[in-house]
Design a protein around this ligand. Structure first.
Ligand SMILES: [Zn+2]
Length: 407
């Protein structure tokens, strides 16, 4: 794999070329097969070019091309030995050329999506600036996803009143299959990486919560993942970001989506929180994400489900089948708390799971090891917030995390 960055005003263009051993079907760190659509993308920064450390350019490129790289990657500028070592040890990929110093920075920014998880992070870190990734169309790839309203999410981010930089990029269209999206989950940080020198960033906070960090998350099912290679501080990606002087920080990595929902809806960002990618003047109310988040929302507010989606609808089909489910801990949590759940799209799942308030109480507290892996400069602030606003899991509750998926 060979990558080349060029700058044109504030727009950075990356082109990449596969080596003979590379293949157009590769794998995301979470195991998902990914088919390449095209070999170029751009990242639009709000200001003109300035010197960007080569490690930042290299890592931004790596968040996109990693799935399709088999043996080696050649960057267009020399990278630090630290970053090359991180790529070698994390992926077994030879990276170079090597030369130059590594970088570091001081401040923490938030990779802000506008969903409940990142809004919770924002509430915990009231002084941290936001970097928001906005999808834009690619000049060479037809956009069959025009219902995805990234413009609406960017406008909502703008209404938060926070220090905000919106980075526009078409990098998601490098993916043909399964659909346009981030080749690696970390590609959402491509803009923040290119801005890290200008903003003096030493850390980037993401809204990945307990399920994504420790319980296997979405595409993984029910598996305790202390060595999660995407999000553990000692995982391949954690070490690569640290080598580039931009530590991955997961302020809500120890709490469930019920806790992030409660924090987000109790914050000043409440009116701007939006997890649905389709709605314009509000969440669409008909997509699978809306249904899943409504279950959590209703559970947090201890009220019946407000939805028109019945068990017969395609987006509800998986809840008619037996578990395991992606995000199962939250399905258990919701089914145990939402009045009248038996008569909803989750009725069948509730019957299969048999969850109770007692069996899901651990999801109301913070898993302490998640605090320990937060880099030292920001650890105390996050620990204090959790201590006051959430509370920590006791040993029995922590054991629920550490045995998740073993029964
Ligand atoms: Zn929706």
């Amino acid at each position: 794999m060979r990558v080349t960055w060029t700058a044109d005003g504030g727009v950075w263009h990356l082109t990449f070329r596969l080596d003979p051993e590379d293949a157009i079907t590769g794998f995301c760190a979470d195991g998902q097969p990914l088919k390449l659509a095209t070999n170029s993308f751009r990242v639009e920064l709000p200001r003109k070019p300035y010197d960007i450390h080569p490690d930042l350019l290299a890592l931004a490129a790596w968040t996109v091309v990693a799935p399709w790289t088999r043996r080696r990657i050649v960057f267009d500028r020399p990278i630090s030995a630290e970053l090359a070592t991180a790529i070698q040890s994390g992926w077994g990929i030879e990276a170079g050329p090597i030369g130059g110093q590594s970088r570091s920075g001081g401040r923490l920014a938030i990779s802000y999506s506008g969903g409940a998880d990142s809004a919770a992070v924002a509430a915990m870190l009231p002084d941290a600036p936001f970097v928001h990734f906005q999808r834009v169309s690619h000049p060479r790839v037809p956009n069959r996803w025009s219902h995805y309203r990234s413009d609406v999410l960017a406008a909502l981010a703008g209404k938060t009143g926070r220090d905000l930089t919106v980075v526009r990029s078409d990098l998601e269209f490098t993916l043909a299959e399964p659909r346009p999206g981030y080749p690696e989950h970390h590609a959402v940080a491509a803009g923040a990486l290119l801005l890290a020198d200008e903003l003096d960033l030493g850390g980037l906070a993401f809204g990945y919560e307990l399920g994504s960090r420790w319980l296997g998350g979405d595409r993984y099912l029910r598996r305790y993942t202390p060595d999660n290679l995407m999000w553990a501080s000692h995982g391949a990606w954690g070490r690569a970001f640290a080598a580039a002087g931009l530590h991955i920080v997961l302020p809500v990595g120890g709490v469930s989506e019920a806790v992030t929902m409660r924090i987000a809806l109790g914050s000043t960002l409440r009116e701007q929180v939006r997890w649905c990618l389709r709605g314009v003047s509000g969440p669409c109310g008909t997509c699978g994400k809306c249904l899943y988040k409504e279950l959590i929302h209703a559970a947090v507010e201890r009220r019946p489900l407000r939805t028109t989606i019945g068990p017969g609808r395609p987006v509800a089909r998986k809840w008619q089948e037996p578990p395991p489910y992606g995000g199962q801990e939250m399905i258990e949590y919701g089914c145990a708390r939402v009045p009248g759940i038996e008569d909803t799209a989750f009725g069948k799942a509730a019957g299969f799971l048999g969850a109770t308030e007692a069996s899901t109480a651990w999801l109301d507290h913070c898993y302490p090891p998640a605090i320990e892996e937060i880099p030292e400069p920001w650890r105390k602030q996050i620990r204090d917030f959790m201590d006051v606003e959430v509370g920590f899991m006791n040993e029995d509750e922590a054991r629920r995390v550490e045995t998740w998926g073993m029964s």
